[in-house]
Design a protein around this ligand. Structure first.
Ligand SMILES: [Zn+2]
Length: 253
C-alpha cells in the first residue's frame, strides 16, 4: 500500500467493528477524506488521542481499497481553551460540521486555504470572549467565499447597484443582499437592517484580530444569525445538526 503524510483535523468519527473508528479528516494537502483508524478504541491505544475532535494531527496514511488507513498519528496541537468551554465547543463542533457539509471528498483545489481558515477560526475561538459568533460568521462567510458561494454584501445581488437605505433585502436564492427595488421581486427575500448588512460586511472582510473586538447590539447580532442560517440552509439543503444545540446556548443568557 503506498503511504503519504498529511496534516489534518478530525471532523467526524464513527465507531466501527470491535475497536476501530472511521474518521472524516480535513487535510491541508488532500482536502476531505475518510480513513479507518484500527484498534483506536482499545484501552491504552497509542494514537487514540490524535483522533479526537479539534486536534491538529500529522497522519501517516496508506491508500486502502475504499478508505485510507491510518498508520501513524502524531498530535501537533490541541485546543484546550475550546474543550473546556461549552459555548466554544458547540461553535467548534458547528464549524467542523459545516466544513464537512460544504466540501466534497477528493477535492484538494482550495484545501490549503480552507485548512488554514479553519485552523485560524479554532485559534480565534479559543481567545474570543464577548461575541464568539463573530468567529462563527466570519468563518461561514470566508468558507463560502473559498468554495465560490459568497453572498453579495457590497452591491445588490440582482442589479449590482450599491446598497443603501435603512433596510435592504437578503435572499439566499438570488445570492445575497438586494436593493430596495429588487427585494420585493424575490420570493425568499427577508428584510435586513443596514446595521446587520454593515456587520456582515465587516465579518466577511475584517482582519482576524479585529473580529475579537466586535461588540454588536444583540438585535443586530440576531439578524446576522438568522441571515446566515437561511443562506447556509439554502446552500446545504437542510439545517446542520449541531445548530440545534448551539441555538439553545445562544438563548441562554
Ligand atoms: Zn438591485
Amino acid at each position: 500500500m503506498p503511504s503519504y503524510t498529511a496534516t489534518g483535523l478530525v471532523l467526524h468519527r464513527l465507531n466501527t467493528g470491535e475497536t476501530d473508528k472511521i474518521l472524516t479528516l480535513y487535510t491541508r494537502e488532500q482536502g476531505k477524506l475518510s480513513a479507518i483508524a484500527k484498534g483506536v478504541r482499545k484501552a491504552g491505544n497509542r494514537i487514540s488521542g490524535a483522533t479526537e475532535l479539534f486536534t491538529e494531527t500529522r497522519f501517516l496514511l496508506a491508500t486502502g481499497k475504499s478508505l485510507e488507513v491510518v498508520q501513524q498519528a502524531e498530535i501537533q496541537q490541541t485546543f484546550p481553551g475550546i474543550r473546556l468551554d461549552l459555548d466554544k465547543m458547540a461553535r467548534a463542533t458547528y464549524l467542523c460540521e459545516l466544513l464537512d457539509r460544504l466540501t466534497a471528498e477528493s477535492d484538494a483545489l482550495q484545501s490549503a486555504e480552507i485548512y488554514d481558515l479553519t485552523l485560524s477560526a479554532l485559534y480565534l475561538l479559543q481567545r474570543t470572549d464577548s461575541y464568539p459568533d463573530a468567529v462563527v460568521h466570519a468563518y461561514e462567510l470566508r468558507l463560502l467565499a473559498a468554495i465560490g458561494y459568497a453572498p453579495a454584501l457590497e452591491n445588490c445581488a440582482r442589479c449590482g447597484e450599491p446598497l443603501q437605505g435603512r433596510q435592504v433585502g437578503f435572499s439566499p436564492a438570488i445570492g445575497g443582499a438586494l436593493c430596495n427595488a429588487d427585494r420585493y421581486r424575490a420570493d425568499d427575500a427577508h428584510p435586513l437592517s443596514f446595521d446587520a448588512l454593515k456587520l456582515l460586511q465587516t465579518l466577511a472582510s475584517t482582519e482576524p484580530e479585529q473580529l475579537l473586538s466586535l461588540q454588536p447590539a444583540p438585535r443586530t447580532a440576531g439578524e446576522v444569525v438568522r441571515a446566515m442560517r437561511w443562506y447556509i440552509r439554502y446552500r446545504s439543503d437542510r439545517d446542520l445538526k449541531s445548530l440545534t444545540f448551539l441555538d439553545t446556548l445562544r438563548m441562554t443568557p
